[in-house]
Design a protein around this ligand. Structure first.
Ligand code: ZN
Ligand code: ZN
Length: 97
């Protein structure tokens, strides 16, 4: 598995929030405000997918001691992916939905 860290700033295509890259640690795969993601990777960071569908945050899971994991579902191809939540994610969007 090839791992390419992704730390470019980007504009969220769901809520138009200007997303800043994380200072350290894992690459940012989703918007911290609305938690939507985009289907661009086969493996995290590789940008090998040609789907480019928007990925809706459908569930929150707790992964042992590692913290929260967000389950994203692609609105285009229906694939589900697990993404580790970032420290500044607004998880209340899923918790109180
Ligand atoms: Zn957003
Ligand atoms: Zn997709």
């Amino acid at each position: 598995m090839i791992f390419i860290p992704r730390d470019d700033p980007f504009t969220c295509e769901h809520c138009s929030h200007a997303v800043e890259p994380l200072k350290k640690g894992t690459c940012r795969s989703h918007c911290p405000k609305c938690l939507w993601s985009k289907h661009v990777d086969h493996e995290p960071g590789d940008r090998a997918s040609s789907c480019h569908g928007m990925m809706e945050p459908v569930m929150l899971d707790q992964s042992g001691k590692k913290g929260f994991v967000i389950i994203h579902k692609c609105t285009k191809c229906n694939i589900e992916k697990r993404n580790k939540a970032a420290p500044d994610d607004d998880l209340t969007i899923i918790l109180f939905n």
